[in-house]
Design a protein around this ligand. Structure first.
Ligand SMILES: [Zn+2]
Length: 283
């Protein structure tokens, strides 16, 4: 298990760089949370800890203490640049220290993946004496993802889909650096469009109609609705039929999951009103 510490730069009373209606602290937090979601939903082989998950003030020394006390294997500090320029750059600690070559090698995966996923101009792999890099006991990288005070970059940073690309770059770089594996149970969903049939969807995802029927119990192939979600790969969902005395907690224990997971898998479920015979999705 690789312990990855994710540090969204700034926060609370420290907005970081501000320009073009953007505050660095908000953008770094959005990227960090997306990164966490991608890593947790799509990869395994790691555990995560965040220096913050909301807009709160956290001092630099508190951040590195958190990472050091947790025994993180790697630290990623996410920032947005300012001061004239455009594009992406990353930093490792400067000077000479043991493990520097490995620190630089790991940074290379993340740097290259962010550049390719975002199309940002590559400003280079750099070194600096930043607190987050110097005071953390583990290998660490600090990324500067575009410039808030360069209009082109700022306009990109205002788009949720672009922040997703930045986060995906970080995630795939981390996955390569630490050998994180794609989740075997990860499911891929197709949203039904005008004219779709199960056969055309099967073609699109290189699978078979029979497999789609198996993955989507209860689906009526003759009545696909536009906007309907069709599971196209992954494990078939498993269901539990509620019996007398069941609670979500009991069901979660039975299937080795958590109540939170069950609630996420069953939108709209009322944990206080389970009915005998209800089908509860458990995975
Ligand atoms: Zn910053």
């Amino acid at each position: 298990m690789t312990k990855i510490f994710i540090d969204p730069g700034h926060g609370g009373s420290d907005p970081g760089a501000t320009a073009n209606g953007l505050q660095e602290k908000d953008v770094t937090l959005a990227i960090a949370l997306k990164l966490g979601n991608i890593l947790n939903n799509e990869y395994e082989g790691h555990t995560l800890k965040f220096s913050r998950t909301t807009d709160v003030t956290v001092s630099l020394s508190t951040r590195t203490n958190m990472a050091n006390n947790w025994g993180a294997n790697y630290l990623v500090s996410i920032h947005i640049n300012a001061g004239g320029g455009t594009g992406f750059e990353s930093y490792i600690h400067n000077g000479s220290y043991s493990g520097k070559a490995e620190t630089n090698r790991l940074r290379g995966y993340i740097h290259d993946a962010v550049v390719s996923s975002t199309g940002f101009r590559d400003r280079g792999k750099k070194e600096a004496n930043f607190h987050m890099l110097r005071e953390s006991n583990m290998k660490a990288v600090l990324t500067e993802n575009g410039f808030v005070d360069f209009l082109d970059d700022a306009n990109k940073l205002k788009q949720n889909s672009f922040l997703e690309k930045i986060a995906r770059g970080h995630a795939s770089g981390l996955a390569r650096a630490f050998g994180l594996t794609p989740k075997s149970g990860g499911t891929q969903i197709h949203i039904v469009q005008q004219g779709d049939t199960l056969w055309s969807i099967a073609q699109l995802y290189q699978t078979t109609v029979n497999r789609l029927l198996e993955l989507n119990p209860g689906i009526d192939p003759d009545r696909l609705q536009i906007g309907q979600e069709v599971v196209v790969s992954g494990q078939a969902p498993r269901y539990h039929t509620v019996v007398e005395g069941d609670t979500l907690w009991r069901i979660s224990q039975m299937y080795n999951t958590t109540v939170d997971n069950l609630i996420a898998l069953n939108p709209g479920i009322d944990p206080q009103r389970l009915q005998v015979g209800d089908l509860i999705r458990v995975s």
